[in-house]
Write a new protein. Structure first.
Length: 277
């Protein structure tokens, strides 16, 4: 156990997984031995983050902030993601983790930090997590305050591999989440192998749910499954009071959307107090 003083509190870190514990042929294949990425390619270093809160409506407070990749001047995510390819995917994924932790720490984030990751960029989770440990220790950010989330659909091309990643991350104390649940075809199958801490309902299921009986029936089914499995649900994309009230009535307290706060570039936005009235 490694300890680091952060302000007035003691932050504890489990021992980093040693690269020597990973078979060399696997640890080095495709991820350059999971070494720290250098800064030679400015296409992938020149990006920043916007932050959007995930709120706990029952407590009228922030539960977590999601780090959303942006260009250096606040350009949309696609301006950055369009530059990611097979050759630099691993490096980009690593930079997203370390830069998000650094930015969140600099902003004084005290809540959970939700980081999106690319499963196809993780070759050996025990090895590829080393830079996350380093960044958390360097910036005094608690590992148990990090959530790793990935999208249900296109990124889950190898379910056993993703399950291995999630299990490894849970072992090291991270929370795990599936984003855009309900948008793809593999989410329910994934739940048979691994039950993440959180799922974020796809906003297409959330939109207008207060007046759509079909969406209501589907979401009630998902809520029942998640309740049985002990997985918490985040209603993503809340834009109206009526959408909020539907989920409150069905026992969902974690929500995210413009109704509470829009993403803020390189800042943590304040919550709209009226959103809880």
């Amino acid at each position: 156990m490694v300890c680091l003083m952060s302000g007035k509190s003691m932050v504890s870190y489990p021992e980093r997984p040693a690269i020597g514990t990973v078979p060399v042929a696997n640890a080095t294949a495709g991820c350059q031995g999971c070494r720290e990425p250098d800064d030679g390619d400015h296409r992938l270093t020149d990006f920043d983050f916007a932050f959007q809160p995930i709120v706990d409506v029952s407590k009228q407070s922030v539960y977590a902030c999601e780090a959303l990749v942006r260009g250096m001047h606040g350009e949309g995510a696609q301006a950055v993601l369009s530059q990611v390819d097979d050759a630099n995917r691993y490096r980009f994924d690593q930079l997203c983790r370390t830069k998000a932790i650094a930015r969140a720490a600099a902003l004084g984030l005290q809540d959970f930090l939700s980081i999106n990751f690319l499963p196809n960029a993780v070759y050996r989770p025990e090895a590829c997590i080393r830079s996350t440990f380093d960044a958390a220790e360097k910036h005094g950010f608690p590992l148990n305050k990090i959530i790793f989330e990935t999208i249900e659909g296109e990124n889950i091309v190898n379910r056993p591999h993703l399950v291995d990643i999630f299990r490894t991350y849970r072992k090291f104390g991270f929370q795990t989440a599936i984003d855009d649940f309900g948008s793809g075809y593999s989410g329910l199958l994934l739940l048979t192998d691994f039950q993440p801490d959180l799922i974020k309902l796809d906003m297409e299921l959330v939109r207008g749910i207060d007046t759509d009986s079909i969406r209501q029936a589907i979401v009630r089914g998902v809520l029942k499954i998640c309740g049985d499995l002990g997985t918490r649900v985040i209603a993503e994309g809340i834009e109206t009071r009526e959408e909020r009230d539907f989920f409150v009535a069905h026992g969902v307290s974690l929500m995210q959307g413009y109704f509470f706060a829009k993403p803020a570039f390189a800042a943590i936005p304040p919550l709209d107090a009226a959103a809880f009235g």
